[in-house]
Design a protein around this ligand. Structure first.
Ligand code: NAP
Length: 245
């Protein structure tokens, strides 16, 4: 594998979809900052896999619920890699409950990580990304399905979808694209935790391809948007869900 000289920062890079994105970008020749909050060992495994495949990567710790941590994260990434070309915001949390049963803490956590954390990362990306760069946010197909109990989580993702084309316009003149990928049910801890097998199977059958998404399915879409063939797509939300919605 030959390095491209380009660098990527992937939040949520320690696990699930973000880990698959980090591995894929490493294989594509990016030097990858693998961002984790608590899963240091998992982040190191992702780094080790990228390095073992001939790539370059470094684990970087940041709790995106801490606003001060975000500029520090980007400064550390620039110090490690000398500049940034691609930022992918995959860090996220999901806590389900009907609105009437939602407590203050679960509302605050989802807004802090999924929304404020993403906004702060996008602000840093807008300030620091090299011209010609790429930004990819992670939304969710639940913005389209209106599932009950997903209200607060969906609200954070709808806000991320709204921000994405606005930032794309604000970056006019710098040849930077900003897009969002909205996965359907994808086989990660976030989706699988606490769901009975029958519900998982029902959601797997909710798209005409009849299976859950794999993290690698989503990594394929991010790699396309980040690569030269995705360069004319800007300010869009791509639903990657097998046709669920
Ligand atoms: N899986 C799905 O079905 C699905 C569908 C649609 C959209 N999505 C979206 O896709 C993205 C990735 O989800 P996933 O399924 O890969 O989830 P996951 O397997 O649960 O992984 C979540 C990632 O987010 C990081 N994270 C959580 N809280 C954080 C915080 N406070 N600060 C920094 N990082 C934090 C975790 O880091 P640590 O483990 O190091 O703490 C982990 O790397 C999320 O934005 C999610 O909303 C997922």
């Amino acid at each position: 594998m030959t390095g491209t000289g380009k660098t990527a920062l992937v939040t949520g890079g320690s696990r699930g979809i973000g880990a698959a994105i980090a591995r894929r970008l490493g294989a594509e020749g990016y030097a990858v900052g693998v961002v984790y909050a608590g899963s240091a060992a998992a982040a190191q495994e992702v780094v080790a896999a990228i390095v073992a495949a001939g790539g370059r990567a470094q684990a970087l710790q940041a709790d995106l619920a801490d606003p001060a941590a975000v500029p520090a994260l980007f400064a550390a990434a620039e110090a490690a890699f000398g500049g940034l070309d691609l930022v992918v915001t995959s860090a996220g949390v999901m806590e389900l409950a009907p609105l009437a049963a939602s407590d203050d803490a679960m509302i605050a956590r989802q807004i802090a990580v999924n929304l404020t954390g993403t906004i702060l990362c996008l602000r840093e990306a807008a300030r620091r990304l090299r011209d010609g760069g790429r930004i990819v946010t992670l939304s969710s197909t639940v913005v389209a399905t209106h599932f009950e109990s997903y209200g607060v989580y969906t609200a954070t993702k709808a806000a991320v979808e709204a921000l994405t084309p606005i930032l794309a316009r604000e970056l006019r003149g710098r040849a930077i694209t900003v897009n969002s990928v909205a996965p359907g049910p994808t086989g990660t801890d976030l989706f699988l935790a606490g769901k009975p097998p029958e519900l998982i199977e029902k959601l797997a059958q909710a798209n005409p391809l009849g299976r859950l998404g794999a993290p690698e399915d989503i990594a394929d879409v991010v790699a396309f948007l980040a690569g030269p063939q995705g360069g004319w797509i800007n300010g869009q939300v791509i639903r990657a869900n097998g046709g669920m919605a």
